[in-house]
Design a protein around this ligand. Sequence first.
Ligand code: HEC
Length: 261
Amino acid sequence: MCSLKARFIIISIIFLSITFSSVRSEEKTKLIQVDWSFKGITGKFDRSSLQRGYQVYAEVCASCHSMNLVSYRNLGEPGGPEFSLEQVKAIAANFEVEDGPNADGEMFTRPGRPSDKFVSPYPNVQAATAANGGAYPPDMSVLVKARKGDSNYIYSVLMGYEDAPADFQLDDGVYYNKYMDGKKIKMSNPLSDGIVTYADGTPATESQMAKDVTTFLTWTAEPHLERRHKMGVKVVIFLSIFSLLVYLSMKRIWSRIDSEK
Ligand code: HEC
């Protein structure tokens, strides 16, 4: 009968190790590996990095990349940059939004409201592609999730601009980037030191901006990450206590049967 007991213990160990291993998943590529605050089961976003990242997106990336799934009000929600309602209203009001039709059947523009979606830089994909030398700047709402390597990939692309090797053929409007397929990208390096001035006084170095904007893009792709992590911690605690209880009760039951033999 001892073998049954052993089998039970083995099954419990397998069960627990599956639980733990599914919690941590990292890809094994040669992308730059950043020690993100939001990685790992207890990971959280760095609030000020999210706010700075929004600033980089708005001042630099938003002139080419849309973000169709995000509304201004999301910027004030828990788990995100958590701007105050006043700040969110002011941010939204900076944008002109097309609305209508009015009573005369005409479309008109008005200042943005928190409930509006982020205003797109181009009216449609074709216009965006035409304006960027035939390459479409992908919508950024869920870009982090759409690429292998997640946040490390986005950060690596932003930091991956280099002079091309002498024998490397590059057409006009194409740039060398060692993290892109074929090492070519049709986006010139969008970041350079000091291109934004951070309100909190953080020096706007290229790597700082790349880190902040990637953090922001990770949040837009996974707005419930913090809630999910909290739930994960609870599940692991629950399963550990549950396994312990099952083990102890099993010991009790078997001790009675063993002593009856
Ligand atoms: C002048 C327009 C422009 C600006 C500004 C710009 N991008 Fe791009 N971006 C593009 C275009 C066009 C592509 C598509 C390139 C290609 O397919 O070769 C692109 C592609 C990318 C990619 C690669 C996506 C992929 O397919 O893997 C990332 C990541 C990216 N941009 C991030 C950013 C970030 C972050 C910013 C702001 C800091 C930014 N971009 C600013 C035009 C721009």
